[in-house]
Write a protein that binds this ligand. Sequence first.
Ligand code: ZN
Length: 109
Amino acid sequence: MIFIFGYDQKENLLGPTEERKCPHCNNSSYFQLLELKNFISLFFIPVIPVKRKLIEHCPICHWAQEIPESSQNYYRDLAALNQAAINGLADEEYLRRKEALKKPSGEGF
Ligand SMILES: [Zn+2]
């Protein structure tokens, strides 16, 4: 019997984070938060998760940086909030929730 193993990666776009100037292409735009999941597959079906990381990338040139573990909750919440705003969340509610988010100090750009 032949087993077909593989090593694959899945990307999950979580939403935009903050508008900033990209250190690689110098364009200003909303960076996108992506979750990358690596796993071992058997017959092309993911079976064993191996690694998971969160990156923030420039939507223009795709330059990316990994989000440290200590900041991941903040960036996940921010991306979800911004995605909700795109989907029609009211301005007052957006501002109220954004105020409630606490950015971890000493990290980021
Ligand atoms: Zn860029």
